[in-house]
Write a protein that binds this ligand. Structure first.
Ligand code: ADP
Ligand code: MG
Length: 574
């Protein structure tokens, strides 16, 4: 017989309960920083400075110029569930402050040494309290300016298990920087400064301008490449802020900051709304920088679903999701297209109208082929660029149909791809020529009789372009290598095409360009080839980034546009 001694049911001693509760709220040094910043913001601070030592484990010091705490209450914040933020009517009015559970300070104090100094406007002298592992060890009055400073030392020194979960000092410091960054972007009216191990990491000016805040984080250069958001779904949601131009991206999602009613939140769904607005615009695994400020009526949100309060629930999640996506899409597709510089010969094409009136409809097309932009008149600040396009589909296995802010676009897949390849090859040649891929076995290629033998210059060009070949009897060449980027193609056909390409142009000087054109053509998707959505997205993205995108190397147009006004008119909507 085994006797098990039954133990009495007991209530956990306060310090144990608090240490457990602390685990929920205070996961790592960055969580402490977050809670302390939120308290400072709730106290109405306009200036908050944060000093970190040793990844926050040695010290986290935060100073604010908020309303402060009177001497009579200075110990109270360290008692569990003590808060000055109790809403008058918890369930009806919603929550306007960041915290109101009264748990952060007691949780922090349970696992560290905390010193708080605070002064309110009505008192002449500040109050100071020191708490170690939950116990008040000292209380005093000292001189200090209005506001509150909290210093947290030896975090988790009494919870070795928690310490084990932490990563390097560098990692923890980085987490802290990210937390501060979010508040910098979330509260444009507040001046933040962050010092890590004695070095100034960032300082935000609190000018209320998104661009100024972005500049303090990403530097002046990137800050100019942002598009502002402004979308109002009357009475339901308002979206403001800024998102990066597709040319500015990060390798992770850390640049996506979302605030709801001034509170930085984490919400997978909204993060996805941001990313999906960029669908088809960014390369795989590249992410935008986005500052999305959402204002919704307080009655529409429930922020109290997670102890760390970063999660949020919406009464109508779809409405908010769509508002965010639309706001960003609108900003992105509104990318300004500067008029091409130089001679603008507006070309027009005639399109048979489907209306019964028998009247011919006319669509304005892109004007001036890019050749006109060459040379000195070209100015990069008025650079002609293709707007961000959304793939709609493919027709006739030949054209990509896309939507942009101006209307509908038709892209000739082969012509577009040729231009992309041409520019790519040209850039590579300018740098150092094309790399060669050796053939496993040399091949002898005979050139038809009517072609003259290649000149030595032409042979040199072929070398520059990655062909390894030499003369091998009358009008025959032995081919030992081909350009690496065309490594997957039939070597003989590729070589013959290159030779024909060079010879087809009569003017000697143009031979090299002819070779480029031929290879570009060779590398491109054909008309008649069906493309997946991803392939089409890639094609459009590459075309957006390509100089001279309006025409293929042979001068044929790559893109036709049909603006919305024209389409509306045809359908009798205007
Ligand atoms: P909560 O923020 O949920 O109320 P906390 O434990 O974070 O709980 O803080 C408890 C209380 O301490 C707050 O309600 C507030 O009255 C006071 N307090 C904390 N930090 C500050 C600060 N920086 N300035 C003024 N008051 C503060
Ligand atoms: Mg708080």
């Amino acid at each position: 017989m085994i006797f098990i001694m039954r133990k009495k049911i007991q209530i956990l001693p306060d310090h144990v309960a608090l240490t457990i509760a602390a685990g929920e709220v205070i996961e790592r040094p960055a969580s402490v920083v977050k809670e302390l910043i939120e308290n400072a913001l709730d106290a109405g601070a306009k200036e908050i400075s944060i000093d970190i030592l040793g990844g926050g484990l040695d010290q986290i010091a935060i100073n604010d110029n908020g309303e402060g705490i009177p001497y009579s209450e200075i110990e109270m914040p360290f008692t569990r569930f003590a808060t000055s933020k109790m809403p008058d009517d918890l369930y009806c009015t919603g929550v306007t402050t960041l915290g109101f559970r009264g748990e952060a300070l007691p949780s922090i104090a349970a696992v560290a040494q905390v010193e708080m100094v605070s002064k309110i406007a009505d008192e002449d002298i500040a109050s100071k309290v020191e708490i170690t592992h939950g116990k008040v060890v000292h209380k005093d009055r000292i001189g200090a300016p209005q506001g509150t400073s909290v210093v947290v030392r030896s975090l988790f020194s009494n919870v070795p298990a928690r310490l084990k979960f932490l990563k390097s000092v560098g990692f923890e410091s980085n987490q802290i920087t990210q937390v501060v960054t979010q508040y910098v972007l979330g509260r444009l009216d507040v001046r933040f400064s962050l010092n890590i191990d004695g070095k100034l990491k960032l300082i935000s000016p609190g000018t209320t301008k998104v661009v100024d805040a972005l500049r303090s984080i990403y530097g002046a250069n990137k800050a100019t490449q942002f598009l502002s958001l402004d979308y109002d779904l009357l009475g339901q949601a308002r979206v403001s802020g800024a998102v990066s131009d597709p040319s500015v991206t990060l390798g992770n999602r850390n640049g996506i900051n979302i605030t709801v009613n001034g509170r930085t939140i984490k919400n997978r769904n909204l993060q996805f709304a941001v990313e999906s607005a960029y669908q088809g615009v960014l390369k795989e695994r590249r992410y935008p920088i986005a500052v999305v400020d959402i204002e919704v009526p307080y009655s529409e949100v429930d922020v109290n679903v997670h102890p760390a309060k970063a999660e949020i629930k919406f009464v109508q999640p779809d409405v908010v999701f769509n508002a965010v996506k639309t706001a960003i899409r609108q900003a992105l597709t509104g990318v300004h297209i500067a008029a091409p510089v130089g001679n603008q010969t507006a070309r027009r094409i005639r399109v048979d109208s489907l209306t019964n009136s028998g009247e011919l409809a006319v669509a304005d097309l892109f004007s001036s082929p890019v050749e006109h932009l060459g040379g000195a008149v070209y100015q990069s600040d008025t650079e002609d660029r293709l707007p961000v396009l959304r793939v709609v589909g493919q027709i006739a296995s030949c054209y990509v149909v896309a939507e942009g802010y101006q209307g509908m676009y038709l892209i000739d897949q082969h012509a577009a791809h040729e231009r992309i390849w041409y520019e790519k090859l040209r850039a590579m040649i300018n740098i150092k020529g094309l790399e060669t891929q050796g053939l496993l076995e040399p091949i002898v290629v005979e050139i038809p009789e009517l072609f003259e033998e290649l000149s030595s210059t032409q042979l040199d060009w072929l070398m520059t372009y990655g062909f390894e070949c030499e003369l091998f009897g009358p009008n025959a060449y032995v081919l030992r290598g081909v350009p690496l980027i065309f490594g997957d193609q039939d070597p003989k056909e590729l070589f013959l095409n290159a030779v024909y390409g060079m010879r087809s142009d009569q003017i000697e000087d143009a031979d090299q360009t002819a070779l480029l054109k031929t290879l570009a053509c060779h590398g491109s998707v054909r008309a008649g080839q069906s493309l997946s959505v991803i392939e089409m997205q890639e094609l459009l993205r590459d075309l957006e980034g390509s100089p001279n995108f309006r025409t293929c190397p042979h001068g044929r147009p790559t893109v036709l546009s049909f603006d919305s006004a024209f389409i509306e008119k045809q359908f009798g909507r205007r």
